[in-house]
Design a protein around this ligand. Structure first.
Ligand SMILES: [Zn+2]
Length: 130
């Protein structure tokens, strides 16, 4: 019996705007890296390093688990839609599309400041999203 994980962690990229005054840099990192307590995200412009504290690492780890769980259910979610009522009717957005194609924004408070993280999840199978 194979022990290989049939649902490996999807490649999940997070990015946020650098907090340095006047810096236009976007700090990006792969969610998989946060398992390392020594991990630091570095701004490509001003080279400011961001260490993730335990609380943030905990939140992001849970976020990664959630994404993995969603990935496991992708075949089910592929048939599910979110129904949004709009003026004049209803818009049906497939879950799979919501979770992978649209940019997800997570707001987390870090050192008393609200930071918006963009979350990018690589679709496991682009065919699903045609
Ligand atoms: Zn910067």
């Amino acid at each position: 019996m194979s022990t290989e994980n049939a649902f490996p962690n999807p490649k999940t990229q997070l990015d946020f705007h650098c907090l340095s005054d006047g810096c236009e840099g976007v700090v990006g990192f792969d969610l998989i890296n946060i398992a390392d307590p020594e991990f630091q995200a570095v701004c490509p412009v001003c080279h400011r390093a961001y260490a993730l504290d335990d609380e943030l690492r905990n939140k992001l780890t849970r976020m990664m688990k959630l994404i993995s769980a969603i990935r496991e259910c992708e075949d089910i979610l592929g048939d599910s839609v979110v129904s949004v009522n709009v003026a004049g009717g209803e818009v049906r957005v497939p879950y799979a599309l919501l979770l992978t194609r649209l940019n997800t924004l997570i707001s987390l408070e870090i050192s008393g400041r609200k930071i918006d993280f963009h979350l990018w999840v690589e679709p496991s199978n682009p065919q699903i999203f045609r």
